[in-house]
Design a protein around this ligand. Structure first.
Ligand SMILES: C[S@@+](CC[C@H](N)C(=O)[O-])C[C@H]1O[C@@H](n2cnc3c(N)ncnc32)[C@H](O)[C@@H]1O
Length: 286
């Protein structure tokens, strides 16, 4: 335990853990993730992800903050030996059940991502995959990036596919004035401390949470992310920005390629997600 995070930050992470434990059964019951078979899990991936990841057969992949394992099982089906890691015991339990029922071989570990090196027995991986709602739960990207670097073999790759900080900066949906306008309402850059969110209702459909109704998020701009990754000794090979999202976050969004969604043509063309590919140099020590 204790990779350079203060006790007060650890307390916020514990609050998030309780919140995710309580969200989990709601997410399993919801059609949002489609774990009942109503959505092909391949649809959670953009076409460019497979280009960037390359051949996965026989490669060791760890999926950090894997939640129900929706994406984790797809990585395994593509031929990788996959480990999913998540802080939520309830999520890991459901992910194990769902993988078993789907006949997919995945190892799941319950741990805080900041403790991943120890929790995974100092194993090394060819790919660290994460994102789609993960980075906002990381208080300090420089601490996280060092964990990622320690998880990678020399030559291994970090792949982060994440909601763009510009998307997070846009106003709440639906907006209070009832019009679906793109307005900057939230921080793009970090203020260095957590943003407290009322998480009484999660982002899927379903009932209200009753006890762990608060979650904590940290905003991180693209510059902060790339700097943390470079400072951890990784080399950035690609940084994509895309105007597509895997689900219609705003009511006005329209169907796009691969079952994804984008804003109407009449709206400004802005990035809604990014994908960062970074590699640990082959000739690195450790
Ligand atoms: C929105 S999900 C992202 C995963 C996946 N893309 C998805 O949409 O299902 C966020 C996950 O991050 C996990 N999480 C949050 N903080 C964490 C931490 N410090 N260590 C490990 N997992 C964490 C939560 O338990 C949750 O399962």
């Amino acid at each position: 335990m204790g990779r350079e995070l203060d006790a007060d930050v650890r307390a916020l992470i514990s609050a998030n853990e309780a919140n995710w434990d309580e969200r989990t059964p709601i997410h399993v019951a919801s059609g949002f993730y489609g774990v009942d078979g109503s959505r092909d899990p391949e649809q959670w991936f953009a076409d460019f992800e497979w280009t960037d990841l390359g051949e996965l057969t026989g490669r060791d992949v760890v999926h950090l903050q894997c939640h129900l394992g929706t994406e984790t099982v797809v990585l395994a089906r593509r031929g990788a030996r996959v480990t999913g890691l998540d802080i939520s015991e309830a999520s890991v339990r459901e992910a194990r059940r769902l993988a078993r029922e789907a006949g997919v071989d995945v190892t799941y570990v319950k741990a805080d991502v900041h403790d991943a090196v120890e929790a995974l027995g100092r194993a090394r991986f060819d790919v660290v995959y994460t994102g789609k709602g993960a980075v906002c739960y990381l208080p300090d990207l420089s601490v996280w990036a060092k964990v990622v670097a320690d998880l990678l073999r020399p030559g291994g790759a970090l792949y982060v596919v994440e909601f763009h900080p510009l998307l997070n900066a846009l106003g709440v949906v639906p907006p209070s004035n009832g019009r679906d306008e793109l307005l900057i309402r939230n921080d793009y850059l970090s203020r260095g401390h957590a943003v407290e969110r009322d998480a009484t209702y999660t982002y899927t459909d379903g009932p209200a949470l009753t006890s762990a109704t608060v979650s904590y998020e940290w905003m991180h701009g693209i510059g902060e992310l790339t700097t943390a990754v470079v400072d951890a000794g990784l080399r950035i090979e690609r940084l994509r920005e895309t105007d597509r999202l895997p689900w219609p976050r705003r009511p006005s969004m329209q169907p796009a390629e691969g079952g994804w969604f984008r804003l109407p043509q009449t709206e400004p063309r802005i990035p809604l997600m990014y994908a960062l590919l970074a590699r640990k140099p082959v000739n690195t020590q450790g």
